[in-house]
Structures are given as structure tokens and as C-alpha cells.
Design a protein around this ligand. Structure first.
Ligand code: ATP
Ligand code: MG
Length: 162
């Protein structure tokens, strides 16, 4: 069966507990968390949507990645202007790393997630329903078979998967 790597990013975990969860890069004030409407973790919601579709969870753990590790995860974007901020953000708090399995899970998982920019994600998708800005789009999903394999190997040891 096909497998994909899915992660709930720090903005989807422990929402509202610290400044790092604010909807803007430098908030200076908790009141700006109003940009992230549901002030609760998105973990259960995200797991539910993959479960509901019929996919199978074969690995899960909570980790705070180092900035270096985050940079490895997003290495394909290393020349983008937002790469540094992106790596910093992914390493700013707990991430729920998961591997999901099932027919078409890589492509369909991306459909469940929605477009990169939550302003362009359709209602009904995870980002469409739960996120507002591109730099805080709460979830990651592998974009193809090669990246799925690489990302699963980066985040998980074989014995951590059932
Ligand atoms: P992900 O890889 O996190 O699942 P994606 O595949 O939809 O997202 P990518 O192009 O791989 O999109 O970008 C990785 C992440 O970089 C995005 O999820 C987003 O958080 C961030 N990002 C993308 N474009 C921008 C941008 N223009 N400005 C700021 N951050 C961005
Ligand atoms: Mg991507």
C-alpha cells in the first residue's frame, strides 16, 4: 500500500499557548491570535479527516525538530526567500509527525489538505476550514511518491512504523 508523510505543524498544535502560534510573524501582542480563529489544537480534527476517509495510521509521534532538521525537511525550498522563516517556524514547537497508508493517500491526502495558501483552499479542506495565512497553514503533506519516501525516512525509523 501507498504511504505518505503528514505533519501537524506547530501552529496546529497547542494553539493559543504562546506567541509562536499567532497568525502573523511578529505579533507583539496576543490579541493578533484572532487571525487563527479556532483556538484549539487541530490534531484530532486532522486525524479524524484522514480516518474518516478510510486511511490507516501506521506511525505517529510528537517532536520538536531542530532548525537544521526542519531545513532538511524543506530542502527543496532552500532558495526561496521564506526558507529561513519557514525552517525557524517548523522548529518553534511541537510537531505531530504521522505516516498514513492507503490507496491514493499521497494525492488524496493533498486534496484533504487543500491549497498551500489557505485563502485559496476550498472550504471543506483542512486549510480551507482551519487556517488563514500561508505562513501558518497548520499541516504538511508529501507532494509525491519520491518525497513521501524521503520524508518518511527522514522522520521515522522503520521500527516506528507498523
Ligand atoms: P507543505 O510542504 O507544508 O505541505 P505545500 O506543499 O502546500 O506545503 P510548498 O510549496 O511545499 O507548499 O511550501 C512549503 C510551505 O512553505 C508552505 O506550507 C507554507 O507554509 C510555506 N510557504 C509557501 N509559500 C510561501 C510564501 N509565499 N510565503 C510564506 N510561506 C510560504
Ligand atoms: Mg510541499
Amino acid at each position: 500500500f501507498e504511504r505518505t508523510f503528514i505533519a501537524v505543524k506547530p501552529d496546529g498544535v497547542q494553539r493559543g499557548l504562546s506567541h509562536r502560534n499567532c497568525g502573523v510573524m511578529r505579533c507583539g501582542n496576543h490579541s493578533t491570535t484572532i487571525l487563527q480563529p479556532p483556538m484549539r489544537d487541530a490534531i484530532s480534527e486532522i486525524i479524524s479527516r484522514f480516518e474518516r476517509k478510510g486511511y490507516k495510521l501506521v506511525g505517529i509521534k510528537v517532536v520538536v525538530p531542530t532548525k537544521e532538521f526542519a531545513g532538511k525537511h524543506y530542502h527543496a525550498l532552500k532558495d526561496k526567500p521564506f526558507f529561513n522563516g519557514l525552517s525557524e517556524f517548523l522548529s518553534s514547537g511541537p510537531v505531530v509527525a504521522m505516516v498514513w497508508e492507503g490507496e491514493g493517500v499521497i494525492t488524496y491526502g493533498r486534496k484533504l489538505i487543500g491549497a498551500t495558501d489557505p485563502q485559496k483552499s476550498e472550504p471543506g479542506t483542512i486549510r480551507g476550514d482551519l487556517a488563514v495565512v500561508v505562513g501558518r497553514n497548520i499541516i504538511h503533506g508529501s507532494d509525491g511518491p519520491e518525497t513521501a519516501k524521503d520524508e518518511i525516512n527522514l522522520w521515522f525509523k522503520p521500527e516506528e512504523l507498523v
